[in-house]
Design a protein around this ligand. Structure first.
Ligand SMILES: NC(=O)c1ccc[n+]([C@@H]2O[C@H](COP(=O)([O-])OP(=O)(O)OC[C@H]3O[C@@H](n4cnc5c(N)ncnc54)[C@H](OP(=O)(O)O)[C@@H]3O)[C@@H](O)[C@H]2O)c1
Length: 350
């Protein structure tokens, strides 16, 4: 293999050759072309780890028909790695810098995703890997860390130390970030997860956990346990996408509270999203504020995530499982189970 200053001309990369599940759609190419030397303010990064996201699976199966110009896409949004070449306009990141981030959907649509040994990324989209953090964990910060950041920006009033927060799906990659940031900002945090993950979620900082498998339906349990004014929540962060939880939220969410859904319209359903936002409250609409957020990855968010790590707010990036480059399909199959506790990562560099 060539040294870092002289990248090879070919590399290993996973390529989507047809639509479908990862097993059907993806093929490992042993000699895919390495991107040409970066121009402008771009950097060539040798990828150490990629982290997998549910969105990747969606792109493989449903988004590709909308992108007919994308003939041989490489999947993957999240990465960590080392800068091996810098374009002439790169200001701050030299060869050897350890960086992490998430590609924008547009980049994956028109260029290459992160399940490849080398990627070209704009310098402005990445952050330096936080001090003391390994490449494995850093790869898992991108999409979920940035989404948690925009979620907490949406909950702008939080931070007085008296906010009460419910995180639905607290044990997943996203829920783990939302939980830690809420706790770090002084909120009282209740995490919803299955019973076996309770200790794990309390380890992330949650003050209480609710085993949703033992308290069905969850909205009734919440109405009983958190129905009093003192016990009601200021914010619900929904990382699962439960429409009924929003519709029943007046029983446990304060009148001035916010229901923030982080799952995206495809998971939640387009009609519920329209209904929650547009249906007038005086015509039996749910009398609580509803926001659904979709992330457009940005360097500004990534650097805020890195700072939250360095400030000790994000204390850990839980890794559910690690797969080799050759096993990336198995990694996606773990994601598809929706049982991952934290992030599923792929070790890209040998
Ligand atoms: N808006 C955006 O831009 C954006 C960004 C990132 C992610 N997302 C979306 O957010 C969702 C979560 O993402 P993720 O990366 O965290 O996924 P993930 O890591 O695959 O989530 C898995 C976790 O979900 C939990 N879970 C599954 N069903 C649950 C239920 N009924 N109630 C409570 N917890 C449940 C599981 O916990 P148990 O095993 O304990 O049940 C598991 O720990 C996905 O739909 C993803 O597409 C959206």
């Amino acid at each position: 293999m060539a040294d870092d200053a002289q990248p090879p001309t070919t590399m290993k990369a996973w390529v989507a050759v047809r639509l479908g599940t990862p097993r059907r759609a993806m093929q490992l190419q042993p000699a895919w072309p390495v991107p040409p030397p970066p121009t402008g303010a771009n950097i060539l990064v040798r990828v150490a780890y990629a982290a997998l996201n549910p969105a990747d699976v969606g792109f493989l199966s449903f988004l590709s028909p909308l992108l007919p110009f994308r003939r041989t896409p490489v999947p993957g949004l999240d990465f960590s790695g080392t800068v091996v070449q810098a374009g002439p306009d790169v200001a701050g990141l030299g060869v050897g810098a350890r960086v992490c981030g998430a590609l924008s959907v547009g980049m994956v649509a028109t260029n290459s995703g992160t399940l490849a040994e080398y990627i070209v990324v704009p310098e402005g989209l990445v952050a330096v890997v936080p001090r003391g953090m390994g490449m494995r964990e850093a790869a898992g910060l991108g999409i979920v860390g940035q989404t948690a950041v925009i979620a907490h920006r949406e909950a702008g009033g939080m931070g007085s130390g008296s906010s009460r927060v419910l995180v639905n799906g607290a044990s997943g990659g996203l829920g783990a970030m939302v939980t830690q940031i809420a706790k770090g900002r002084g909120a009282w945090v209740v995490g919803v997860c299955s019973g076996g993950n309770g200790e794990f979620v309390r380890g992330l900082g949650a003050d209480e956990t609710i085993d949703y498998t033992a308290h069905e339906p969850l909205y009734e349990f919440l109405a009983q346990k958190h129905g009093d004014e003192q016990q009601q929540f200021d914010y619900v962060f929904d990382c699962v996408g439960h429409q009924v939880l929003y519709e029943r939220s007046p029983a446990f969410l304060k009148p001035g509270g916010k229901y923030i859904s982080l799952v995206g319209g495809k998971t939640h359903g387009v009609l519920p999203v329209l209904k929650n936002n547009l249906w007038p409250k005086f015509l039996w609409g749910t009398p609580r504020t509803y926001k659904i957020l979709g992330l457009a990855p940005a360097g500004e968010y990534m650097r805020e995530v890195a700072k939250l790590v360095e400030d000790g707010v994000i204390k850990k990036v839980p890794i559910d499982s690690e797969y080799s480059m050759e096993q990336a399909v198995e990694g996606y199959e773990r994601v598809i189970t929706k049982r991952a506790r934290g992030k599923v990562v792929v070790k890209v560099a040998p």
